[in-house]
Design a protein around this ligand. Structure first.
Ligand code: F6P
Length: 464
């Protein structure tokens, strides 16, 4: 294999450039060319196929900086429809015209689903990324737990449901323990909690901080490092009575409460609190907005003004309870050491998988109590349920203590190997030396897109 294509798909993460860099460094060693496909699968629907050569003369281009967040080749949420043969034919022929013999997609579960039909056309592998940390399996047999249940309201008349686990859960059996992007997202959200805490303390308020993660509670769980009082995850339906009881108990004691909620939290009927207005993104995912606000309304109603008037002299529940979203800051900026390091290894492993002929494999980050972290290849087919679909991993119930609304003992054991040394000295030094650089005031921001744009080539131009 002499020329590989690489693309980044789905929501960005801080570690994408680090993964691309790892792949390019490995390709340089093996004397393989790497072509970056601009804006994910979107570029393959464009007859001109905008692309950039990432390692001319087997040297990475200087714009490829593993310490920079985002992706220098851009991303989109476009995927190839597996049932659209015409599109698949076009994509295949465009890649062929570019001389691409193998494809690395950097993405999450959506990208891995999108890659399945393509892997029948040309060698293709996935290098994982997602801040949600939901690409993986709690144990290898987890895909077998998915069943189809009839649902007249669903588009196809059925939906997928995971039946309660029978498998013993063991940290050493997790497939893809952590995904590049997750650690930095938690670094940001935990820092956000620390900052909100002191203002909640000073003004005797209850803060509800919403973190990302769509339907997965990993970011919320990791945010425990910021020491919130309560963590609510999407995998565990909200028990409002219990929550109110706990909030009052904590407020009585310390006159402030900090609650972290995942954006996808659900009520006891399984309805998403944040999806009151239903809209979907281009990949069909429900766009969540306002879980924290919906929760605030419920707390305002259930706790009532009188409670706060007693404690805060005259203020209403509405004034006492406030919400903040950590939002897209979780997805952006410089990746911290853990993410950078393993993203690089996973990118490099993806190149090896292609060259070893492991079509449709995924480079995964494995953990074992004895050996620590190591990178492996895992066949994508083993992620698929019996109908061929890949599901987002849910946080295993054993990692969460629903009564305390915090990580369980095992949840703490899960987090420790990832986060204990996740921040490098250079991360702290970088912040110290760059944020208040006087030059920042005088110089305009120089976007990597400006430089990469000058390197973009187009298929038709080449053919002409
Ligand atoms: O999948 C990553 C993610 O950041 C989710 O946590 C979040 O729900 C979603 O993307 C937000 O997507 P967008 O940036 O398109 O609004």
């Amino acid at each position: 294999m002499k020329r590989i294509g690489i693309l980044t798909a789905g929501g960005d993460t801080p570690a994408l450039n680090a993964t691309i860099h790892g792949a390019v460094v490995r390709a340089n060693q093996l004397k393989v060319e790497i072509v970056g496909l601009i804006k994910g699968f979107n570029c393959l629907f464009n007859p001109r196929v905008p692309h950039v050569h990432l390692n001319p003369l087997f040297q990475e281009i200087p714009e490829l900086d593993p310490t920079k967040g985002g992706t220098l080749i851009g991303s989109s949420r476009d995927y190839v429809d597996p049932d659209n043969k015409n599109d698949l034919d076009l994509v295949e022929s465009r890649l062929k015209k570019l001389g691409i013999e193998g494809l690395i997609c950097i993405g999450g579960d959506g990208t891995l689903n999108g890659l399945q039909p393509l892997a029948e056309r040309l060698p293709a592998v996935l290098a994982p990324k997602t801040i949600d940390n939901d690409l993986g399996l709690n144990y290898p047999s987890e895909p077998d737990e998915w069943v189809r249940v009839n649902d007249a309201a669903a588009k196809r008349g059925y939906r997928y449901k995971q039946v309660p686990a029978t498998e013993t859960f063991d940290l050493d059996h997790i497939v893809n323990y952590a995904t590049p992007g997750y650690t930095t997202a938690v670094y940001v959200s935990a820092g956000g909690v620390e900052r909100i805490r002191t203002t909640a303390e000073s003004h005797r308020r209850i803060a509800i901080i919403e973190v990302m993660g769509r339907h997965s509670g990993y970011i919320a769980l990791g945010t425990a490092y910021g020491q919130p009082d309560i963590i609510l995850i999407p995998e565990h339906p909200l028990d409002l009575e219990h929550l109110v009881h706990r909030v009052k108990h904590i407020y009585d004691l310390q006159k402030n409460v900090v609650i972290v909620c995942g954006e996808g939290i659900v009520d006891e009927q399984g309805r998403e609190l944040g999806a009151e207005t239903k809209s979907t993104d281009p990949s069909g995912n429900v766009v969540l907005s306002g879980a924290a606000d919906a929760l605030r309304n419920k707390l305002v109603q259930m706790i009532g003004d009188r409670y706060f008037q007693l404690y805060r002299r005259g203020e209403s529940a509405k004034e006492a309870i406030f919400t903040r979203k950590v939002g897209h800051t979780q997805r952006g900026g410089r990746p911290i050491l853990f993410d950078r390091f393993y993203a690089g290894l996973l990118g490099a492993r993806a190149v090896d998988l292609l060259l070893e002929g492991r079509n449709n494999a995924v480079s995964v980050l494995q953990y074992s109590t004895d050996k620590g972290f190591h990178v492996e290849g895992y066949d994508a087919n083993r992620f698929r349920d019996r109908w061929g679909l890949i599901h987002a991993r849910k946080l295993h119930p054993a990692l969460y203590d629903a009564k305390l609304m915090k990580p369980s003992r095992l949840g703490i054991d899960y987090l420790l190997p990832i986060f204990t040394d996740a921040i490098g000295n250079d991360d702290a030094e970088h912040m110290r030396s760059t944020l208040f650089d006087p030059g920042n005031l005088a110089q305009p921001y120089h976007s990597m897109n400006t430089d990469v744009h000058k390197r973009i080539r187009y298929l038709e131009t080449e053919a002409a």
